[in-house]
Structures are given as structure tokens and as C-alpha cells.
Design a protein around this ligand. Structure first.
Ligand SMILES: [Fe+2]
Length: 195
């Protein structure tokens, strides 16, 4: 089954240009396209796994990169929909953040996002331990806490900020991300995981 790129209703953002978002959405669509193309190739290669062993092994590795790029960008762009909204201090999400990180969450998450190398700062919810795990995924598919759902996704590849802030502008871009973040989306993701 082919995956279809999603569309997002993203308002004008403060500090992240429309041009940057448009180009970024194009990259996202590329992940979907490549995931579909690799999936088709793998079906072809499955017909003769011996003859295609090397190609098959490389594409299997590559496909999780494309899948990660697809799903992480879907989480990312959705967080701008509806416009900036601050975290409601009396929400279950805010209470859990306060319990685990006190007032340090944003600084901690920004420090993770500022790590060198392409990737993502991600906040996961562990439903077993009932706690957050904040982490960094290199590229799109490495370093994940397997099986854990992601409730906050911050893209820190250079393509996310190069156009607006230049190669050394990651810090300014991270600030802009939080300025435009709709915390309501994150609250809904968190609420959906409680039972
Ligand atoms: Fe990206």
C-alpha cells in the first residue's frame, strides 16, 4: 500500500518563513515518495533474494530512514496548526512536566535540540513507567526509544533553519519553534495516551 503525503494548515509563523516551510514540506513529500519507491523495489527483490541480497539489505536499512522522515515530519508540522498556544498550566501535561522537570523542561529540551549533528529532539511518553523520556534521534531513524509514542518533535536538521538563520542559526530557530508551537496539540497527544 502506498502512503500518501498529508497536508497541513500552517498559519504565518513568527521567525520561520513561509518559504522555509514550503521547502521543508517538499522534503517531507520526498520522504513519502522514497518510502513508497523503496517498498516497491523490495517486493521485486523478494522474488529472488539470493541474487538481490546486497541491494535488498541496503534498501531495508534505507527504508526505516525514509519512514522516520515521513512520520517525524507529520508530527512536526501538525504542531504549528492552529497557531501558537502556550501550555495550559493546569493541564495534565503541564502537571506531569512540572513533576518530572520542574521549571527546567524547556531549557533541557533545547539543550538536547542543540546537540551537534542532524536529527530530532523528541519527547516520548513511556506508558509502562508513566514518565517522559526526552531523547535525540540521529538522522530520522536512529536512537529512538523503541515502541514509545512521541508527543513532541523538534526537527533540528539544517534544512529546518538554514534559509532563515544560516548555518549557525540553530539556536534562534529553536527559540522560534517554541514561540510558534501549539502546545494544545502536544496536550492532546498526551491525553490520548492516558488510560
Ligand atoms: Fe526536516
Amino acid at each position: 500500500m502506498d502512503y500518501s503525503p498529508k497536508t497541513f494548515n500552517i498559519p504565518t509563523l513568527d521567525g520561520i518563513s513561509q518559504k522555509s516551510i514550503e521547502e521543508h514540506l517538499g522534503l517531507y513529500q520526498g520522504y513519502v515518495k522514497n518510502f513508497n519507491a523503496i517498498s516497491k523495489k523490495l517486493i521485486e527483490y523478494a522474488a529472488d533474494t539470493e541474487a538481490n541480497a546486497h541491494a535488498l539489505s541496503e534498501l531495508v536499512r534505507r527504508r526505516s530512514f525514509e519512514f522516520g522522515g515521513m512520520r517525524l515530519h507529520e508530527l512536526y508540522f501538525a504542531q504549528f496548526e492552529g497557531g501558537a498556544k502556550s501550555l495550559a498550566t493546569d493541564s495534565p501535561l503541564a502537571k506531569q512536566i512540572q513533576a518530572e522537570y520542574r521549571e527546567h523542561f524547556e531549557a533541557y529540551f533545547k539543550a538536547i535540540a542543540s546537540m551537534r549533528g542532524p536529527g530530532w529532539a523528541l519527547l516520548y511518553w513511556d506508558p509502562v513507567a508513566k514518565q517522559f523520556l526526552a531523547g535525540f534521534s540521529g538522522e530520522q531513524h536512529q536512537g529512538h526509544f523503541v515502541t514509545l509514542p512521541i508527543i513532541l518533535a523538534l526537527d533540528v536538521w539544517e534544512h529546518a533553519f538554514l534559509l532563515d538563520y544560516g548555518a549557525q542559526g540553530k539556536g534562534k530557530y529553536i527559540d522560534a519553534f517554541f514561540k510558534n508551537l501549539n502546545w494544545g496539540v502536544v496536550e492532546e497527544r498526551f491525553a490520548a495516551l492516558q488510560n
